[in-house]
Design a protein around this ligand. Structure first.
Ligand code: PAF
Length: 320
């Protein structure tokens, strides 16, 4: 693959330049930052001082117009507290507040904070934390289905991310978990590459339902996503867990736009060769995000006096 450096003039942006901070340099963060080359982008590294180098590899197969693989490399200066239109946080759900706390003194200069993560529960924790510190930063939440992963190679130069497939990244204002309380009229332009939606909690719940089936099952069974459908021993487990989650959604009056078992099978098939993010975490001995997926649903169930026996059993198996 050939390395080249995209000059800012080679990409056009319809917007005036935004100033954007990026907290969390994983796959999603790097992919997002590649859309922001026309903008003023800052990194929020743990040491509060280093310049960050990002590497994004796009295999030839991912772009119709390109014959060759592409390697983009660029650098982000460290944020020194300049006013930010957006701070985009892409850490693991469980690291949200830990990542934000060291930057507390600079946060009054952030207009909008976008949590672009898997899972639910951390958005409300963050909203409470902002209120507790009397910060007027507007909170947004989003989800991404774009495929990207960090390459195992440990590059001392910075993160190495491979773009594995186009997807959609959506976000909306997060005022309350109750959609009726959300501010649907906010027209603040989102950073490029992110589509604005009016019903973000509902959209997140739909994704959460799918993750609450695929992620714990693939983690316990140690299988690729596709095997949940192709293995006749696994499919009934998928169906039973989907039924448990769908029942809870019905009790909570959280609509699902499609039969959950069908939806889960479609997603598992569309991502057949992938390992779920939870299985990847387990294989890499990292903490999983299941507390913000299954654990969040268990809390919701508990608030109605219900239990989720299949979910609880999977969670127990994973904690052993
Ligand atoms: O968490 C994941 O891995 C993904 O959301 C999904 C859809 C389950 C595919 O692997």
């Amino acid at each position: 693959s050939s390395v080249y450096h995209v000059s800012p003039s080679s990409q056009r942006s319809p917007q005036a330049p935004l100033s954007i901070g990026l907290l969390g340099m994983g796959a999603v963060g790097t992919l997002m930052a590649s859309h922001w080359r026309q903008h003023k982008v800052f990194a929020l590294p743990r040491d509060h001082k280093s310049v960050l180098t990002l590497n994004l590899f796009t295999p030839a197969a991912q772009t119709a117009e390109q014959q060759t693989a592409e390697h983009q490399q660029w650098q982000l200066p460290c944020w020194q507290g300049e006013p930010l239109d957006w701070l985009v946080l892409t850490t693991k759900a469980g690291d949200t507040l830990t990542a934000l706390k060291p930057w507390l003194n600079h946060l009054p200069r952030v207009n909008n904070l976008l949590l672009l993560q898997n899972g639910m529960g951390q958005q409300q924790q963050c909203a409470d934390w902002l209120a507790q510190h009397r910060l007027h930063t507007k909170l947004w939440a989003g989800i991404s289905t774009a495929g990207a992963y960090r390459r195992a190679a440990n590059n001392p130069q910075g993160s190495e991310v491979v773009f594995a497939g186009a997807g959609q990244t959506i976000a909306g204002r997060w005022a309350q978990e109750n959609p009726a309380d959300n501010d649907n009229t906010d027209t603040t332009p989102l950073p490029p590459g992110i589509e604005s939606v009016r019903d973000i909690p509902a959209r997140m719940r739909e994704k959460l339902a799918v993750n609450a089936v695929i992620n714990p099952l693939t983690a316990v069974l140690r299988c690729h996503n596709g095997e949940l459908v192709s293995n006749p021993l696994y499919l009934p487990q998928l169906q039973a867990l989907a039924a448990e989650v769908a029942d809870l959604y019905q009790q909570l009056h959280w609509p699902l736009s499609q039969d959950l078992s069908e939806r889960v099978q479609q997603v598992a098939q569309a991502t057949a060769a992938n390992r779920s993010s939870t299985l990847q975490d387990i294989l890499a001995a990292r903490p999983t995000e299941l507390v913000f997926i299954c654990g969040y649903l268990q809390q919701q169930a508990q608030s109605l006096g219900l239990t989720l026996p299949l979910t609880a059993r999977l969670m127990r198996q994973l904690s052993d």
